[in-house]
Ligand binder design. Sequence first.
Ligand code: SF4
Ligand code: SF4
Length: 116
Amino acid sequence: MSKCGTCTACCEVFEIKELSKPVNTLCSNCTGEGCGIHGKHPDECKQFECEFIRGGWKNELLRPDKSGVIISWDAINKRFQAIQFKDKIKQAILDQINFIRQQGVEIVEVNSKNLA
Ligand code: SF4
Ligand code: SF4
C-alpha cells in the first residue's frame, strides 16, 4: 500500500474551506513532513486521497511531491483530474496519464503547464 511519507502536496495545492486556506498556499498546520494537527484535521483533509494513495501505485516517482502532479478521482463526474503544480514534472507521471487514457478513462487537466 502506498503511503504519503513526507509528501504534503495536497496541503498546499487545494483550498481547505474549513481553515479558510486558499489554493497554492501551504497550510499553516503543515510541519513540512506531515500534519501538525493530525487526528483533529478537517474532514476535507481526512476525505481526500490522491490516486497515488487510492490506487496503491507502487512507483514512488508517481508520488505527487516527486512527480509534480496530483491525480485524483472525481467521483461525481467519474473521471480523473490532474493538477500540475511544479514546472518540472517526471516522465513517469506522463506515462501514467497516458496509461489511464488508454484504459478509456477520461483525465481532465487542471492548471496544466505541459502535460501530454
Ligand atoms: S498528495 Fe497524495 S501522497 Fe501527497 S500528502 Fe496528499 S494524499 Fe498523501
Ligand atoms: S490541516 Fe493538516 S492535513 Fe489538512 S491541509 Fe493542513 S496540514 Fe494538511
